[in-house]
Design a binder for this molecule. Structure first.
Ligand code: FES
Length: 99
């Protein structure tokens, strides 16, 4: 089973293939915000992929358009609610940490 590590909280969890980063966070009380409820309408679930990007689902049009408006956007930016873990281990950094 692939694993995902959330920084800076440094928590690691096993992931079922196809689970979104946001689903894993919600199921494990990781402080990843999701103001729109996971509908690709807010960007509060923004993460930076630190490693394992090849193990994630590719960006689709909605995510590309939404993330283009993010101020702190980097090449490794993804939206947690739109990004599925498909295989292999992943490390992501939460951008909007409120803990
Ligand atoms: Fe709003 Fe992901 S939760 S865009």
């Amino acid at each position: 089973m692939p694993k995902i590590t959330f920084l800076p909280v440094n928590q690691t969890f096993e992931v079922s293939e196809g689970e979104t980063i946001l689903d894993v966070a919600i199921n494990n009380d990781v402080p990843l915000q999701h103001a729109c409820g996971g509908f690709c309408a807010c960007t509060t679930c923004h993460v930076y992929v630190k490693s394992g990007g090849q193990s994630l689902s590719p960006m689709e049009e909605d995510e590309i358009e939404r993330i283009a408006s993010v101020y702190e956007k980097k090449p490794e930016s993804r939206l947690g609610c739109q990004t599925k873990v498909m295989s292999g281990d992943v490390v992501v950094e939460i951008v909007n940490v409120d803990a």
